[in-house]
Design a protein around this ligand. Structure first.
Ligand SMILES: *Cc1c(COP(=O)(O)O)cnc(C)c1O
Length: 424
């Protein structure tokens, strides 16, 4: 599908039925797959042959949806995971272990911050958090001998910092490590990080990709561009024999598929965060309309941002596509057709006024979610980021008064009318 435009890929990529086969991707609701030869099944276990044998490792429905996401991002290989968090976790653990180090932008989703700052630390992987707006020199200073990856979010949730992808990619590559980007908020409709130097792209498909708040899920896409063998000393897991598969070497045997094959063969095998095929099917329905929904999300968010900006009770508004925004120029560079449907704002009355306003909303609901068809709000300091102290909040770009507003695809006048009555 690589010659088609992205709208066509949203609909058609990943699944091509043969003569007389179902037009729509079937749900392979089966844990297991039958073989007539014991010998052949053995070869599957040795990775000598590719094929399905147990859904914890691979399932045809999941693989079709992963292939679509791979095509949308312009990658070489991809896999689905049970959640965005497992995608984040696997993306790093596939190339790092105890004694290693990663560099992360400090503007991150709260769950990702906890994962990298605390849980990975317990497993022996240390993270250094850098200001996403740092100079290239400051970024240089964060590297160590044992650094294995650089990580950031295209548009940070909820700080709405637009990452300077080229700056981070350049620095990572100068140190011989891959640049991993969480592209959840921009989606490949608005930004394709691989085109700007990202090596691995991850998604919480729970958000815009699913788009209807029905399934938690994640995806990892590998560009196939990073030369693991050129930095073999840093990535022995990919470039030296894996004894659990009779000594195969992933880079030698699988080439551009090495990273995803290893993540499937080792991490999925051992940790098992597989997406259910049912959820993959629903995710696929969401993906079919992603190219229609994203522009509407962006258009509605911009209109709401403009309304809020002119409201006397509003202290500040952040929306990367709004002229005058701190990240406007970066957004214009990396996502000129729109950023996302999420905006943040604060009220002059501060934290107390935020809570009061949110409670008055009727159409717009208070939910722990973001980036779906229905408009919703959340107060990160009280909800997603409540484990953080004041300083950690500020470092993550989350002001205590910040309201995260995920603008849906209802009629924009109805959304604004609800906000208007809540601000009375
Ligand atoms: C929600 C989110 C995650 C976590 O994804 P889950 O699917 O909830 O596990 C990771 N990164 C970003 C940017 C998110 O918005």
């Amino acid at each position: 599908m690589s010659d088609f435009r992205i709208e066509t890929k949203c609909i058609q990529s990943g699944y091509e039925p043969g003569n007389g086969q179902p037009r729509v991707l079937p749900i392979y609701q089966s844990t297991t797959f039958r073989y007539t030869s014991s010998e052949q099944m053995g070869r599957l276990f040795d990775l000598e042959e590719s094929g399905y044998f147990y859904t914890r490792l691979q399932n045809p429905t999941n693989d079709a949806v992963a292939a679509k996401i791979c095509d949308l991002e312009g990658g070489a290989a991809a896999m689905l995971t049970s959640s965005g968090q497992s995608a984040n976790f696997y993306s790093v653990m596939n190339i790092a272990g105890a004694g290693d180090h990663i560099i992360c932008s400090s503007a991150l989703y709260g769950g990702t911050y906890n994962l990298y700052a605390h849980t990975l630390k317990k497993m022996g992987v240390e993270a250094t958090f850098v200001d996403p707006d740092c100079t290239p020199e400051e970024l240089e200073g964060a590297f160590r001998e044992n650094t294995k990856a650089v990580f950031g979010e295209t548009i940070a949730n909820p700080a709405l910092v637009v990452l300077d992808l080229e700056k981070f990619a350049k620095s990572a590559h100068a140190h011989g490590v891959p640049f991993i980007v969480d592209n959840t908020f921009a989606t490949p409709i608005n930004c394709r990080p691989i085109e700007w130097g990202a090596d691995i792209v991850i998604h919480s498909t729970t958000k815009y990709m699913d788009g209807h708040a029905s399934c938690v899920g994640g995806a990892i896409v590998d560009s196939g561009n990073f030369d693991w063998e050129a930095h073999s000393d840093k990535f022995p897991g990919l470039t030296t024999p894996d004894e659990t598969y009779h000594g195969i070497v992933y880079t030698q045997k699988f080439g551009k598929l090495a990273y995803i094959t290893k993540a499937t063969a080792q991490l999925m095998r051992d940790l098992g965060s597989i997406q259910s095929p049912q959820n993959a099917f629903l995710l696929n329905l969401g993906l079919e309309t992603l190219h229609l929904r994203m522009p509407r999300h962006c258009e509605n968010a911009l209109a709401v941002a403009r309304y809020l900006k002119n409201h006397e009770k509003v202290a500040w508004v952040s929306c990367p596509s709004l002229p005058g925004d701190k990240y406007y120029d970066l957004a214009q560079k990396y996502m000129p057709n729109g950023s996302c449907g999420v905006l943040t704002f604060g009220l002059k009355g501060g934290r107390a006024a935020a809570v009061e306003m949110m409670d008055k909303l009727k159409l717009v609901a208070i939910v722990t979610h973001v980036a779906d068809a229905r408009s919703c709000v959340l107060h990160p300091a009280s909800h997603t980021h409540r484990q953080m102290n004041e300083q950690e909040l500020v470092e993550a770009g989350v002001q205590p008064d910040l309201i995260r507003f995920s603008v849906g695809i209802e009629h924009v006048e109805d959304i604004i009318a609800d906000v208007e009555q809540a601000l009375l």
